[in-house]
Structures are given as C-alpha cells and as structure tokens.
Design a protein around this ligand. Structure first.
Ligand code: SAM
Length: 216
C-alpha cells in the first residue's frame, strides 16, 4: 500500500500498461525475483510520454540499478539518442551494461560507476531529460549539480518524491526517516518555487515531480 494512490486504482492503471517485449519482461522478472527496485509500470509509460512529447534525444539518469529505466528511455527515443546513467553499486552497474548489450538499439549508452555526487562533476554534456531516481535524501544536492546540464525546454523527472505518503503528512513519517523526509520537503519547496522551472507533482506510484525548464 503506497499511502498515495488507492490500491484498486493503481492496479487498474497498471493493468492498462501492456508489455510484450521479451527483453523488458525478462528484466521485470529478474528485478522482482532479486528485489531490485525499478520503476513501476505507470512510471514507465510516463517516461515514454515525456520523451516523445518533448522530442527528447538525450537523458541523464541518476540511479541505474539494472538498466531497466535506461532501456525504457532508449526505446522511447526510437532506439536512438543518448542515455548516460550513474550507479554506485558495481554489481548493478555491470548487470546494466550487460543487459543493454542485448538491445538491438543504436542508442549510445554511457554507464558510469560511482556516487552521483562525485560523478556528476565529471559530466560536461547537457541533456533534454534528467531522471532522478536514487538516494532520496540527496535530491537537492543532485539538482544543484545538474542544473547546468539540463537544456532549455528540458524536463527533470524526480521519482519517489512523496515517499510512501510520508512527505505529505507527518502522520505517516517513520522516526528513522525524519531526516530524509525533511530533505525531500525542502527539495520540493525549492523546485516548485524555482523561477526557471514550472513544476507539477503527480500523486502516482511513489510520487513524481515533473519540472520543465522554461526557454529563456
Ligand atoms: N532507475 C532504475 C530503474 O527504474 O530501472 C531504478 C533505480 S533504484 C530505485 C535506485 C538506484 O540508485 C539503486 O540501484 C542505488 O544503488 C542507486 N543509488 C542510490 N544513491 C546513489 C548515489 N548517490 N549515486 C549513485 N547511485 C545511487
């Protein structure tokens, strides 16, 4: 139970997201069996929606895991474009690299191993989409290091921003999560007030923030 969306609504929406591609089905099965956290089905269609409605052809992702969402982005870009993705766990990093080799895409995958707080300093490219899906207590720091890497007209997609409902109400906050909750609330205050961005919060999955960087 997510404390965000009614269970029956969530189930219904997920039922509408069909997947027929063996590659993606295999990764979903692996993630479930090995308890690898990957995006929920409704987020998968949201990522594709953002890519295609903005004509994006480059994505910077923080939090690769086994390369599932990186593959979703690549597919949404028609098997072209560029995906740079950062992961601090070496086992996941190598699995992700191996996984995308099975895709018959021209997409340029650039998987980086290390803490995003360090790796982001080494990245000079700019991107149409930045997907933040890593340690929830660090979103503000990720953002500070990403601001100059997002093209005008680009979108930041931040996952898990309502964190099991804890962000929206103290009623749900677990004691040991207090610091993360405080940091995430600060992040949401910051990004929703930022003059360069138009941000909307979607109460879907574990909470998504979409932040559009206005063209100057
Ligand atoms: N985006 C992936 C997907 O849907 O396929 C799932 C990512 S999973 C929710 C979060 C990942 O971020 C984990 O694999 C974790 O090891 C990684 N991570 C967390 N904090 C990180 C950091 N500071 N730097 C790099 N990776 C980090």
């Amino acid at each position: 139970m997510s404390n965000i969306v009614n269970e029956h609504v969530e189930k219904y929406i997920r039922g509408l997201v069909k997947e027929n591609d063996e590659y993606f089905l295999k990764l979903e099965t692996y993630a479930e069996a090995e308890h690898v956290p990957i995006i929920h089905k409704e987020v998968k269609s949201l990522l594709a929606f953002v890519v295609q409605s903005t004509n994006a052809n480059s994505v910077l992702e923080i939090g690769t895991a086994i390369g599932y969402s990186a593959s979703v982005f690549a597919r949404a870009m028609g098997g072209k474009g560029k995906v740079t993705s950062i992961e601090r766990r070496d086992d996941y990093h190598f699995i992700a690299k191996r996984n995308v080799e099975k895709l018959n895409y021209e997409t340029e995958f650039d998987f980086r191993l290390g803490d995003a707080l360090d790796v982001l300093d080494e990245i000079d490219d700019t991107y149409d989409i930045i997907f933040v899906d890593a340690s929830k207590g660090h979103y503000q720091e990720f953002l500070d290091k990403c601001l100059d890497k997002l093209n005008d007209g680009g979108v930041i997609i931040s996952d898990n921003v309502l964190y099991q409902g804890m962000i929206a109400s103290d009623h749900f906050v677990l004691r040991r999560k207090k610091t993360i909750v405080k940091r995430m609330r600060n992040y949401l205050d910051y990004i929703t007030d930022h003059p360069d961005f138009t941000t909307t919060l979607l109460p879907m999955s574990d909470g998504i923030a979409l932040s559009y960087k206005r063209r100057l």
